[in-house]
Design a protein around this ligand. Structure first.
Ligand SMILES: Nc1ncnc2c1ncn2[C@@H]1O[C@H](COP(=O)(O)OP(=O)(O)O)[C@@H](O)[C@H]1O
Ligand SMILES: [Mg+2]
Length: 267
């Protein structure tokens, strides 16, 4: 394993009963930059994230993060270890303010740390202030700081997605997993998010994203892997992927599928 790899999947398979959703997936995510995973609907992309984040165990194969085997770790342990994610379907607390949504993301670390014992003390209060300041900063990264005290439910769909991203960052991850971050966004929101994700990567977070929007993926990612029927069929830079005959056959020729998927996600 090269030292430069943050995450390594080795011969990873996941079966559901007789359904072989992932088969012998090998994937190295280098430290730094933006990595993309694309593939048709049902290819197994979200399952890859579910395995990495410990929501599901692998059927076989291993996943290493910073050289450590993730087998048997619970999702909260994996989050604490430095991997955060967003979900294909938004999961935010709609009745809470934006600021509260983001500070809740930090609580995982605060609650289990020694600070939990100091509740009510001066040190705890200064720690809370630090958390709120950081939450505001993270909201500013996705241009939502001016709405910090609004209720999340009042946000547009695109802004709710951005809030989810800020909340994922609140755990101070080394690796940020984004599952279809621009699904349901209009083109203005997509362009804004593209710049924001670039800035997040420039700040040192490694980004690994699943995305359907080809222009978005090709514009952002240095490296892209293509999953088809549970197998990696290609890996390379945007130009290499765009011109790969197998990829064109499996995926890029199927614009209809993408359009349907976007409508479903937006609904
Ligand atoms: N928990 C599960 N139980 C049974 N089947 C699942 C489960 N999760 C995913 N699948 C199946 O695995 C396949 C791949 O799903 P998924 O990883 O969500 O694909 P993608 O994100 O590429 O669209 C689908 O056929 C889906 O129905
Ligand atoms: Mg998916």
């Amino acid at each position: 394993m090269s030292d430069n790899n943050l995450l390594t999947l080795k011969n990873v398979s996941r079966h559901f009963g007789g359904l072989k959703v992932l088969q012998d997936v090998n994937l190295d995510i280098p430290k730094g930059g933006i990595f993309g995973l694309i593939g048709p609907n049902g290819a197994g992309k979200t399952t890859v994230f579910n395995l990495i984040t410990g929501l599901l165990p692998t059927t076989s194969g291993t996943i290493h993060f910073e050289g450590r085997d993730l087998a048997g770790r619970k999702p909260f342990q994996i989050t604490r270890g430095g991997i955060a994610r967003t979900f294909q379907n938004i999961r935010i607390f709609k009745e809470m303010s934006l600021l509260e949504n983001v500070t809740v993301g930090m609580d995982a670390k605060l609650r289990y740390g020694p600070l939990g014992l100091l509740a009510g003390s001066g040190l705890f209060r200064s720690e809370e202030k630090r958390a709120r300041d950081r939450a505001r900063e993270l909201l500013s990264w996705v241009k939502l700081d001016h709405k910090a005290h609004d209720v999340a439910d009042n946000l547009s769909y695109g802004d709710q997605r951005k809030l989810e991203l800020a909340r994922a960052l609140a755990t101070e991850p080394t690796l940020l997993l984004l599952d279809e971050p621009v699904a349901g966004m209009n083109s203005t929101e997509k362009s804004e998010l593209m710049v924001e994700i670039e800035n997040i990567a420039a700040r040192g977070f490694t980004v690994f994203m699943i995305e359907h929007d080809m222009r978005f993926v090709m514009g952002l990612c240095q490296q892209i892997a293509v999953l088809n029927f549970g197998r990696i069929i290609a890996r390379g830079g945007p130009d290499q992927i765009r011109n790969d005959p197998q990829v064109i056959e499996a995926y890029l020729g199927r614009e209809d599928d993408e359009a349907t998927n976007d409508q479903e996600t937006a609904a």
